[in-house]
Ligand binder design. Structure first.
Ligand SMILES: Cc1cc2nc3c(=O)[nH]c(=O)nc-3n(C[C@H](O)[C@H](O)[C@H](O)COP(=O)(O)OP(=O)(O)OC[C@H]3O[C@@H](n4cnc5c(N)ncnc54)[C@H](O)[C@@H]3O)c2cc1C
Length: 280
């Protein structure tokens, strides 16, 4: 439970942080809330030789509404997102762990960590959001669909700091977040987020379904979406579409659930999430 030795830097500007990460190379890691990185280090599953603490870097926290999106600073905590009036993103952030974790863990840390069992990645994917990253090569935006590449692997380069998350406000969409776990504050065995927009005649104008912990990255349930888009949203249509929620997924079996049980959960949670989102 004691990490391997490491150096620590607490830069006071983003440029200094990027320079420190560049000097540290592949073995340097940004430190945000520390609630994923430090447990991995204590278990000796991660061995960074340098931690670059982002907490003194100005301009990385806060939530602003701009042009139909929420701009969320990477160091904004889960608690701030949960209480920030961001619709689906707030609903999902409120389910993360307990209040202590939500007070320290950050949205940027969660997305940069790239754990398919985390709650925020599938939400960003379903909302078709993006992140901004800055490194020695300059600034770039990365769409959620490009960010998550594999288990704990993202498109971020080692010297890049994720600075901002842009989440479309999804105006006119009903939303729901369904998370299944053994104890209230646990990670998701499976979670499903749904966003539904009805047309004037009540039919489904648009629908998004995001899946958590159903593969090595967060996923969209595209077959469910295709089955519903442009059609009715009655109980039969939703139930039939939800039956396809596990198509194309490869959920990891673990101590909590077999892969088959997770597929079952995905179907049930998708139906529930769609029912709630289409009533809102
Ligand atoms: C007991 C417990 C229960 C939890 N339950 C849940 C849960 O139910 N759902 C859930 O989603 N999460 C859960 N978490 C994880 C929690 O949400 C973490 O806060 C989050 O995954 C990581 O955020 P962090 O700010 O702590 O990042 P850190 O641990 O500091 O960093 C995580 C990784 O991201 C990198 N990183 C961090 N910030 C940046 C940045 N700005 N730019 C580039 N790279 C960066 C780090 O180098 C590291 O590799 C739990 C954690 C604990 C300890």
């Amino acid at each position: 439970m004691i990490p391997a030795p490491f150096d620590y830097a607490a830069p006071e500007s983003l440029d200094e942080a990027i320079a420190a990460l560049g000097q540290g190379g592949e073995d340097a890691k940004p430190l945000a809330g520390g609630h994923s990185l430090l447990p991995l280090m204590k278990l000796r599953l991660a061995f960074p030789t340098l931690l670059v603490d982002l907490r003194r870097v100005p301009g990385l926290t806060g939530i602003e509404r701009e042009n139909g999106s929420f701009r969320v600073g990477a160091m904004t905590t889960h608690h701030q997102v949960a209480t920030g009036g961001l619709g689906l993103a707030s609903a999902a952030a409120a389910t993360i762990a307990d209040q202590q974790v939500r007070n320290r863990g950050t949205i940027g840390g969660s997305l940069a960590h790239g754990d398919a069992a985390s709650d925020m990645p599938a939400v960003l994917l379903a909302c078709e959001g993006e992140v901004t990253a800055r490194g020695s090569g300059g600034e770039r935006t990365i769409a959620a669909s490009e960010l998550f590449q594999d288990y704990l692997t993202t498109a971020l380069a080692p010297d890049e700091v994720l600075t901002e998350v842009r989440i479309p406000a999804m105006e006119g969409y009903g939303f729901a977040y369904e998370k299944f776990n053994r104890r209230v504050e646990d990670w998701a065995m499976v979670a499903v987020c749904a966003l539904v927009k009805r047309a004037g005649d009540g039919s489904c104008e648009d629908v998004r379904v995001g899946l958590t912990h159903m593969g090595s990255t967060p996923l969209r349930a595209t077959m469910v979406e295709e089955a519903l888009r442009g059609g009715g949203l009655d109980a039969d249509a939703v139930g039939r579409a939800a039956e396809q929620a596990a198509e194309g997924t490869s959920p990891p079996a673990d101590l909590n659930a077999t892969a088959d049980y997770k597929r079952h959960l995905a179907r049930v949670l998708t139906r529930r999430a769609l029912e709630t989102a289409s009533k809102a």
